[in-house]
Design a protein around this ligand. Structure first.
Ligand SMILES: NC(=O)c1ccc[n+]([C@@H]2O[C@H](COP(=O)([O-])OP(=O)(O)OC[C@H]3O[C@@H](n4cnc5c(N)ncnc54)[C@H](OP(=O)(O)O)[C@@H]3O)[C@@H](O)[C@H]2O)c1
Length: 232
């Protein structure tokens, strides 16, 4: 199976790509900076996903080189923690550009390649956060952008069902990455206490649910958001 994962230079995307490569998948990755993964089945594109023309060029080249995709994982994301009164409009717009509009553009372009998949249930997997159900203070623009992604998942799952393409979201609790490095430990600990399973989510915790949602194991599942850790 060939999966395109966005944001594979670091964090969740890098770990997912590495783990899926170890399990025999072919992975196309991208981020603004050069690859941090070396593997015979890995191909990296340097792309700023907020630039729609770069997104189009990315998928045009993937189509030329590989003809089709079996899955798309929209992982690249940014956050900025601050009271909304202290958040400049440009910062909020950038968060929406990366977390919402680039996802929308990747889905549009990837659909053309997913339609060519020979897999029984090609799919798109988006990434959301506990910041949505918990309406975390200090994360207004971030949680709103991820809430929009969850709604995108529900609507797009209906619009792509006729093409045989599924769309789901995985909702992550705190994971140790660059994205969370500035969040004080006490704040992370308090979030973990709110999970039913009171421990930090590891990269290995994410792999199984991702593999389930991206493969035909979940052929009859679409429009869903699956939260890890027990988040209610
Ligand atoms: N970490 C957590 O606790 C947590 C919790 C809930 C949800 N999430 C979600 O999980 C996903 C991954 O987060 P993470 O923690 O792994 O973040 P991360 O370590 O900061 O990685 C983000 C990745 O996205 C890429 N990226 C950022 N802006 C980009 C752009 N404009 N164009 C192309 N690539 C771009 C970065 O690479 P370059 O710098 O090379 O572009 C990097 O590879 C995000 O959607 C995040 O919202 C994370």
């Amino acid at each position: 199976m060939r999966i395109l994962i966005t944001g594979t230079r670091s964090g969740v995307g890098q770990s997912l790509a590495t783990q899926l490569l170890q399990r025999g998948y072919e992975v196309v990755g991208c981020s603004r900076k050069p690859a941090s993964i070396e593997h015979g089945s890995y191909c990296h594109y340097e792309v700023d996903l907020t630039d729609a023309s770069q997104v189009r060029d990315l998928f045009t080249d993937v189509r030329r080189r590989f003809r089709h995709l079996d899955g798309l994982i929209n992982n690249a994301g940014v956050s900025s923690m601050n009271h909304f009164m202290m958040t400049p409009e440009a910062v909020a717009r950038h968060i929406f550009d990366v977390n919402f509009f680039s996802v929308l553009n990747c889905c549009r372009e990837a659909t053309k390649l997913l339609q060519r998949s020979a897999e029984p249930a090609p799919s798109i997997l988006n990434v959301s956060s506990v910041a949505v159900p918990w309406a975390l203070d200090g994360q207004l623009a971030y949680s709103a952008s991820k809430g929009a992604v969850e709604q995108m998942t529900r609507v797009m799952s209906k619009e792509l069902a006729a093409l045989g393409i599924r769309v789901n979201t995985i909702g992550l609790p705190p994971v140790r990455t660059v994205l969370t490095r500035t969040v004080p430990k006490e704040k992370i600990d308090n979030l973990i206490k709110r999970q039913s399973i009171e421990r930090m989510c590891s990269m290995e915790d994410i792999l199984g649910p991702v593999e389930f949602l991206i493969t035909s194991q979940s052929a009859f599942v679409t429009g869903e958001t699956l939260f890890l850790g027990g988040v209610n």
